[in-house]
Design a protein around this ligand. Sequence first.
Ligand code: G3I
Length: 407
Amino acid sequence: MEDRDGGSGTDMPGLSRRAVLAGAACGLARPASAAPSAGAAPAAGFGPLGRPSWSADSLQAAAAAKGLLYGCEVPFHRFDTSPPYRQAVARECGLLVCGTEMKMEEVLPAPGRTDFARGDAILRFARANGQRMRGHTLVWHAALPPWVGPLLARANAVQAEDFMRRWIETVAGHYRGQIVAWDVVNEIFGNESDPDRGGGLRDSPWLAAIGPGYVDLAFRILRETDPAAAGTWNEDAVEQGAPWMEAKRTKVLRRLSAMRARGVPIKRFGLQSHLTSTVPIDQGQLRRFLAEIGAMGLGIEITEFDIDDRAFPSDVPTRDRMVADFARRYLDVVLAEPATLDIVSWDIYDPDTWLNDHPFRKRPDGLPQRALPLDARFQRKPVWHAMQRAFREAPDHAAARDKLRRA
Ligand code: G3I
């Protein structure tokens, strides 16, 4: 691909290749062990995997009985300041993910500086509690440090690819052997109001700088950097019965099939599952979508599960019951699919849900959302009980799931 200036990839008016690469390399000196030998040792310093911390009546215990993992996103500010929060996460979860602490915005705050401190702290907590860890996220159009957007905008394809490689080698190399699956790419397709680019790809600094090939390349770099981590394409707004979501599901299936045909090392597809009470769940459409993904030999992850209750009444008992019913309607289909491997809530503790701060996800009556399994006193809510029943009553696909995890 010709680079953006139509040049050969070396002449960068106003920004020499050396300057861009210096920028790209800033803090991203290719890690010595970037290309691990087969079976490279896991990254050191995160401690042994400890005894499982979850209780016998936890969501993780119910999930594990069917070969599933249950867990949640852990925001550092709450993790760092609230012992009851840490106790609740330890009690309920077998799988954790950082909401922001492993994103480029936090890991590369400035040229020449990397900061893993918060991600390391959450990973050490997980390992001490016998919990596994997902990685979120390697290549996304958002949560880029302020200095990276301009760098990508001035780089040609060769330089942008080099920057992406150095970034993935830096963060996935740091956590090598500790991450069960990385969200390699996140939200690469547009939504209802986004322009459609190149077979569904949304506008992104990565698409502009590298072209559509950035998606496959990201998976290949992760595979080289940490073969132990499954590569996941994580996507939003593919779960419910809106016509535009059905159209998006069709495009997802087409690209997944093409990626598999190209030999792209993608292992899983992640449905973020930020469900909205304003759109029905069409169980037939969802079941067919999941079955087609499973038929490709891919694992399925529910990666950011929560339910915005803005269309439900203000009354708390009524709202809690409706959220629980909505969750059950969704999970019954998801858990019946043998390819489903894990269910991750986007946090577990109502007061921290991102939904309250979102311009169109928050409730019109201004009341705090009741989107998650635990309330403000860390008590289990009706949706917690609905999730436990869904796990307990789901068919047992443990053997198929264990095989898929090893594939
Ligand atoms: O850590 C700083 C803190 O030091 C500072 O005082 C504070 C105020 O500026 O900002 C804090 O960083 C914020 C961070 O969340 C931690 O709270 C960032 O500004 C803020 O942009 C960041 O928002 C996160 C957002 O992704 C962007 O990374 C949300 O917490 C997180 O829930 C949200 O998660 C996304 C998934 O990654 C992708 N799917 C959608 C989901 C919800 O938007």
